[in-house]
Ligand binder design. Structure first.
Ligand code: F6R
Length: 256
């Protein structure tokens, strides 16, 4: 795993954007794995700027969201279908027909989950998966004890996750209890993983994910098993690394 702590916190998003952009430039029909939440917001904003400036195009690319809440309508402003449409599809100019979101409203949600994985496979697999991390170490909504071989499925949100995401709703009671999420096994099949984290609230989770041990109690530690994973964090999020001095790149230049 490559770990990068840029000197300038603003470079977390810029370096992650460079990674995603290089994949899309090399392969205009790239398949992008799309995280939601605050962490990747800068990546989407910076990619949108590059689209506006004509540096890159997502017109031929496809996208698969990591997760969706179960039990709120698609049109709810905080459904990930709405968030991805508002923050990703429209500003980046994706073709809406090439964007997939796990179906949290399906009558047969297990079937919808199986079909989601089949859809990823039919698209040729995910070229680059954008990831954030929960303060409890989750990636996607794969909470502690998620199997490293799990596939897209219904999962229960941890109380900490519902509290953390209450800022997007009226209060914690309004945050759905269940979600449908790409499994850790699904995520690990992506050809590249790019995880970003900002702020001291993520420091413990990032340190446990990167420095181990590999454990289902820290789902993000699954990245240690991936051959092409990069973790880009600001100094606050990297503040609990024990081995930062010789394991991390303190970058002030674009990563490869
Ligand atoms: C949601 C997702 C989650 C978030 C995590 C951090 O699609 O992938 O794993 O990345 O909950 O959320 P933020 O970035 O809002 O702190």
């Amino acid at each position: 795993m490559e770990v990068v702590i840029p000197k300038n916190p603003a470079d977390v998003g810029r370096l992650a954007t460079d990674k995603v952009a290089s994949v899309v430039r090399a392969r205009p029909k790239a398949v992008i794995g799309l995280a939601t939440g605050s962490s990747p917001a800068f990546i989407y904003a910076e990619l949108a700027r590059r689209v506006r400036d004509g540096e890159i195009s997502f017109a031929e690319a496809s996208g698969f969201a990591l997760d969706e809440y179960v039990g709120i309508p698609f049109e709810h402003p905080q459904s990930y279908a709405s968030v991805i449409s508002r923050e990703v599809v429209e500003p980046l100019g994706f073709e809406p027909a090439r964007i997939w979101i796990p179906d949290g409203r399906a009558d047969d949600i297990d079937k919808a989950a199986t079909e989601y994985d089949e859809g990823i496979a039919a698209a040729g697999g995910i070229d680059v998966q954008i990831l954030g991390i929960g303060a409890n170490g989750h990636i996607g909504f794969n909470e502690s004890t998620s199997s490293f071989s799990s596939r897209t499925r219904v999962n229960t949100l941890a109380p900490r996750t519902r509290e953390d995401n209450a800022r997007f709703f009226v209060d914690t009671s309004q945050v759905p209890i269940h979600c449908i999420v790409q499994g850790l096994g699904t995520i690990l099949e992506a050809r590249q993983l790019v995880l970003v984290a900002q702020g001291s609230a993520k420091a413990e989770a990032i340190a446990r994910a990167v420095e181990g041990p590999v454990s289902s109690m820290v789902p993000a530690s699954a990245l240690q098993l991936h051959p092409h994973a990069i973790v880009i964090v600001d100094e606050a999020a990297g503040s609990q690394f024990l081995l930062a001095d010789y394991c991390c790149t303190f970058a002030n230049k674009p990563v490869r």
